[in-house]
Design a protein around this ligand. Sequence first.
Ligand SMILES: Cc1cc2nc3c(=O)[nH]c(=O)nc-3n(C[C@H](O)[C@H](O)[C@H](O)COP(=O)(O)OP(=O)(O)OC[C@H]3O[C@@H](n4cnc5c(N)ncnc54)[C@H](O)[C@@H]3O)c2cc1C
Length: 384
Amino acid sequence: MSDETWPDIREAVRKLCANFPGAYWREHDRARSYPAEFVRALGEAGYLSILIPEEYGGAGLPLSAATAVLEEIHRSGGNGAACHAQMYTMGTLLKHGSAEQKARYLPRIARGDLRLQAFGVTEPGAGTDTTRIATFARREGNRYLVSGQKIWISRAEHSDLMILLCRTTRREDAAKPGEGLSVLLVDMRQAAKQGLTIRPIRTMLNHATTELFFDEVPVPAENLIGEEGKGFRYILDGMNAERILIASECIGDGRFFIDRASAYAASREVFGRAIGANQGVQFPIARAHVQLAAAALMVQQAAALFAAGKPCGSEANMAKLLASEASWFAADTCLQIHGGFGFAEEYDIERKFRETRLYQVAPISTNLILSHVATHVLGLPKSF
Ligand SMILES: Cc1cc2nc3c(=O)[nH]c(=O)nc-3n(C[C@H](O)[C@H](O)[C@H](O)COP(=O)(O)OP(=O)(O)OC[C@H]3O[C@@H](n4cnc5c(N)ncnc54)[C@H](O)[C@@H]3O)c2cc1C
């Protein structure tokens, strides 16, 4: 069972989260404001640098430790989306950055002096078809000039740095669609003064997401990560980590819903007995638990493969699909079992219900995962 992993970390994260109860998250949810106090506490306790190697000032733990942190945050009723990106964006810098880049940024990220919370991939004109992104970085001397548009870039207003995927060769001029894409580390404070406009998007959940407009934004050439034109591969690596971490948030959400549903079903009396004494109420909770337990094993397997440096694309995708569906079933069950009270803000069910729905769309939608499994795992003909 996943809750047997990293027990000390889980216990400490639970204690930290107890200082940020439902009322805290509800207030930020209502105002659509950033839970800065929570992010600060998490950073100060060292959890945001848990994956950064010790030589750069982090804890140097494997991905499964980060999944434990995020799962516990979500099980407590909180939301790691305010800060989870650092855990997977950092990997792009760690795996593909130069020794100089790593020495310059990672210790400051580990100390919390720099926030690497923004990951700029999605564009309105490309959708999931990432190789069609059009944001272009034109090389001019020792800098790039970036122009284009991104959408759904979360935490852009709360990050000092962004991992940006852009084109350095147009798709039509590249040897293959996946070539000619590059990764730049963008200093958001500088960029905001030099042609980057950030516009918040109000959504059904509190997610600090934005759209970005780049108008000839200069980025020093030394901020190129890895080789020019090879960025798509670097980003895919990070996406596997992202999917595994998001899956662990779904597991946490699912456990939150099951905890709440079980407690409510045991205590709410209707027709002279606990509603939980009825099998029509028990069975969906039990089913949610079974589905979640299976999904948690898949998350663990994907995390173990990732940590071992083995291919894990299919497992990361399958973990995300199973976990997001399990958390959504648990959410629906929990809401139903609470009857009218499930809709009341003060129970936190409706907020978590909105939050956990996201995961079937982002960071990758269910259909695209099924398509990956069908064609890459099962060898079925490609549909696109
Ligand atoms: C709150 C939020 C936060 C986000 N944060 C970030 C972020 O920080 N950085 C970032 O880069 N992106 C971010 N995203 C973007 C997210 O990754 C995308 O929304 C997601 O990958 C889906 O892409 P899309 O919205 O372009 O959908 P589309 O690609 O337009 O797809 C729309 C629907 O059509 C389906 N579909 C598309 N093609 C096919 C096909 N061939 N076969 C079957 N079905 C298909 C999809 O499954 C989906 O359901 C965020 C999104 C949201 C909503």
